[in-house]
Design a protein around this ligand. Structure first.
Ligand code: F6R
Length: 261
């Protein structure tokens, strides 16, 4: 796992934007897997800036989001459809027809999960999957003790995830209890993973993900199985890592072509 520690979330997001911008420039028809949540907000802002000021084009890009709440239509302001449109898609030149978010209102949710997997395969698979990290170690909405080989499916959200997300949603009771999410197996199929974790609330999950055993109690520890996973942390999220100095050493001694900035 490539572990990159930066002084702040802002610096981490600038770095992550450079990683994504390089993929987009090298492969203008790349397939990107995207995430929602508080963590990538500054990253999307930086990508929008690169689009406006440095001509970064998303015209040929296809995207697949990790997840969506069951029951929320795309017009709901807490849906992930809405989040992506407001925070990224409508500010860049991406073709809306090439953006995909699971349909949480599908009459047949199981068929929608199968269709989502098929659409990813038809697009040629995901070149780079962006991920956030749940305080309990989840990625996508794959909660602790779920299968590490799961595919896109309907998941029941844990009470902790509901409480974490209700601060954004405004109300615990109104928050849907179910979501469609790419599975861990779906995520591991991406050719490259880029996970961001910022702030002290992510400290424990960060340690478990990077230095803990591969274990279903920390779904993000599955990243240890991926040949090309990059993790970007700020100092507070990295504060519990036993090998933090080693990761900094590696970062300082990279060959030029291994650097992003
Ligand atoms: C979002 C997602 C979730 C979040 C995670 C962290 O699409 O799949 O796994 O990445 O819950 O959320 P934030 O960034 O709000 O702390």
């Amino acid at each position: 796992m490539e572990v990159l520690i930066r002084e702040s979330a802002e610096a981490g997001c600038r770095l992550a934007a450079k990683v994504i911008a390089r993929v987009v420039r090298e492969k203008p028809d790349a397939v990107l897997g995207l995430a929602t949540g508080r963590t990538p907000l500054l990253l999307y802002r930086e990508l929008i800036r690169l689009h406006r000021e440095e001509g970064l084009s998303f015209r040929g890009i296809t995207t697949f989001n990790l997840d969506e709440y069951v029951g929320l239509p795309a017009t709901h302001d807490q849906s992930y459809h809405w989040f992506m449109r407001e925070n990224f898609f409508r500010h860049v030149d991406i073709d809306p027809a090439h953006t995909h978010v699971p349909d949480g209102t599908a009459a047949d949710l199981q068929a929608e999960c199968r269709r989502y997997e098929e659409r990813i395969a038809t697009a040629g698979g995901i070149d780079l999957q962006l991920l956030g990290l749940g305080r309990n170690g989840h990625i996508g909405f794959n909660e602790p003790t779920g299968s590490l080989r799961s595919r896109t499916w309907i998941k029941i959200l844990s009470e902790q995830t509901l409480r974490d997300n209700s601060t954004v949603f405004g109300s615990f009771d109104a928050l849907p209890r179910h979501a469609i999410t790419m599975g861990i197996g779906t995520i591991l199929d991406a050719r490259r993973l880029l996970l961001l974790a910022f702030g002290p609330a992510k400290l424990r999950a960060t340690v478990d993900m990077i230095e803990g055993p591969l274990a279903a109690r920390c779904p993000a520890s599955a990243l240890q199985l991926h040949p090309r996973a990059t993790v970007v942390l700020d100092e507070p999220a990295a504060a519990g890592l036993q090998y933090a100095d080693h990761y900094r050493w590696i970062d300082r001694h990279k060959l030029d072509w291994q650097r992003y900035e």
